[in-house]
Design a protein around this ligand. Structure first.
Ligand SMILES: C[S@@+](CC[C@H](N)C(=O)[O-])C[C@H]1O[C@@H](n2cnc3c(N)ncnc32)[C@H](O)[C@@H]1O
Length: 193
């Protein structure tokens, strides 16, 4: 098996990768988490999905490709320039709500909502507001994070944040999880109660 042999790359993906290099966006999601998210959202037709940390929309491109017409995706980023780029690519997709807001504040204001998959790709919902975000996962829903093995762009001391988070998730009641040393290091957790 050659996992890099990926045949279903989203139409705009290559142009988006070029764009992210052009604007010097240093935190793009990789192609593997994209394929993984596409597969997971496809398992929940009519699902309601959340991404925290839109960037310019790379992982979002994959999720939209995997979603059926009845599914919805909300994606939140606090950088208006990045959200504007994602709007250019996907603004016309009626399944998508792009929101420019601070993730922590957005979580606080939407704590009564539940999602079938949450991809937590910003600080809030991953290294802060973790209890709050896990409460927003539906029973049978996924909580997904990446960048869990050391990456060149990690700031000094970040491995301690990562260890603390893994430790916390491993002990969290009502979630079943798998750690994967693939892509940038993934955790997939499913709410079981
Ligand atoms: C790892 S990148 C996201 C990558 C993106 N998912 C992709 O597909 O390329 C993290 C993103 O989180 C955003 N971010 C950082 N702090 C945030 C905050 N407090 N609230 C919302 N977004 C934040 C950054 O602007 C950045 O776009």
């Amino acid at each position: 098996m050659v996992d890099s042999n990926i045949l279903d790359i989203p139409k705009s993906y290559k142009a988006m990768v070029r764009k992210s290099k052009e604007i010097g966006f240093t935190m793009p999601s990789d192609i593997y988490i994209g394929t993984f998210l596409k597969t997971l959202v496809a398992s929940k037709p009519g699902g309601d999905f959340l991404e925290l940390g839109t960037g310019i929309g790379l992982s979002l491109a994959w999720m939209l490709d995997g979603m059926n017409t009845e599914s919805l995706l909300t994606s939140v980023d606090n950088d208006e320039k990045l959200i504007a780029i994602a709007e250019e690519y996907f603004g016309r997709d009626t399944r998508l709500r792009l929101i420019c807001a601070d993730g922590a504040q957005w979580i606080k204001n939407n704590s009564d909502r539940k999602f079938d998959l949450i991809f937590a790709d910003a600080w809030p919902g991953k290294y802060s507001e973790i209890d709050e975000i896990l409460d927003m996962v539906n029973v049978g829903g996924f909580y997904i994070i990446d960048d869990m093995v050391a990456q060149p762009n990690w700031p000094n001391g970040h491995h301690e944040n990562v260890s603390r988070l893994v430790d916390y998730l491993e002990k969290k009641e009502n979630f079943t999880l798998t750690k994967m040393n693939w892509s940038t290091g993934l955790i997939i957790a499913v709410r079981n109660k």
